[in-house]
Design a protein around this ligand. Structure first.
Ligand code: ADP
Length: 284
């Protein structure tokens, strides 16, 4: 009997602790007007690239933006933004994001891993705890937008973040024009529907190649599949981002592409894809 009552006490204490943690997350999230998840059905389609360039575009348009990278197995935001050597500051239970500019703050699981070559073996509940700790402890202050770069697929991390945020504005889904990627993206859209997370739109990345010499556009992979699929699945289409070798170079050298190549076709496409976000209604 005594054993049972102490087990009950532990359960009760755990429940109270979980409640307090969720309350703390609500307090933090309340200061953020819009939370946007960037998802993709599979890796390598340019999800992190789109997340970074949307976040930077929003910041360049005068919004205060946080970029959160929860890709536990392959955080790439620190590399894309040349922040790999930066250490985050923590005081007590508060972690401060890195301030890239006055209105762009960045936080990545990558900052908390010792070396970029570390392989993390974490099971579902540990991932949930990690993401929960991020949301609970990272002090973003007031933000207009939090852009979350989530790992590819429909696994533990996107599920955790959707549940913990409780009321995110929605997801932007990144795909490439090839059919294989498109079947994955359908699964991603269904995942959002099942979680009642609005799909803000689909971005077709690596859609055509613009010749740097003559400016002519060539469709290396099939183009337009993302738009067709978005229509079929009844979700908005946010545009096509062409292949641009400068994007690879920017990602590798840590210079935000939309900032450094602002007049390029791809940068314009990133900016256009961002426009519907500026029209999101305030939730509260
Ligand atoms: P994911 O997050 O989906 O795994 P990344 O954003 O890391 O993909 O992009 C994978 C690679 O593709 C990176 O080297 C990136 O620079 C490159 N890339 C992404 N989008 C484009 C594009 N539109 N044109 C050229 N290279 C791109």
């Amino acid at each position: 009997m005594a054993k049972e009552s102490s087990a009950f006490q532990i359960d009760e204490n755990k429940r109270k602790q979980m409640q307090a943690e969720q309350e703390q997350i609500r307090k933090r999230v309340k200061q953020i007007k819009h939370q946007i998840l960037v998802l993709s059905g599979k890796g390598g389609v340019g999800k992190s690239t789109v997340a970074v360039n949307l976040a930077v575009s929003l910041a360049l348009s005068g919004k205060s933006v946080g970029l959160l990278d929860i890709d536990i197995h392959g955080p790439s935001i620190p590399k894309i933004l040349n922040l790999e050597e930066r250490a985050v500051q923590a005081t007590g239970e508060t972690i401060l994001p890195i301030e890239m500019t006055e209105n762009l703050k960045v936080m990545s699981i990558g900052f908390l891993l010792r070396g970029s070559n570390d392989a993390v073996i974490w099971r579902g509940p540990m991932k949930y705890q990690m993401i929960k700790q991020f949301l609970k402890d990272v002090d973003w202050g007031s933000l207009d937008f939090l852009v979350v770069d989530s790992p590819p697929g429909t696994g533990d991390e996107p599920l955790s973040i959707v549940q913990l945020l409780e009321n995110a504005d929605g997801a932007i889904i990144v795909t490439t024009p090839q059919e294989v990627a498109l079947s994955d993206v359908r699964r991603c859209i269904t995942f959002c529907h099942n979680l009642k997370l609005p799909v803000l739109g689909v971005v077709e990345n690596m859609s055509g190649f613009v010749c740097p010499k003559c400016g002519e556009m060539t469709d290396i992979f099939k183009s337009g599949g993302g738009e067709k699929m978005a229509k079929q699945m009844n979700v908005p289409f946010l545009g096509r981002i062409p292949i641009d070798p400068q994007i690879v170079q920017s990602c590798d050298s840590g210079q935000p592409y939309v900032q450094h190549y602002g007049s390029s076709q791809a940068a314009q496409a990133f900016k256009e894809a961002m426009l519907p976000l500026l029209n999101l209604e305030e939730k509260r």
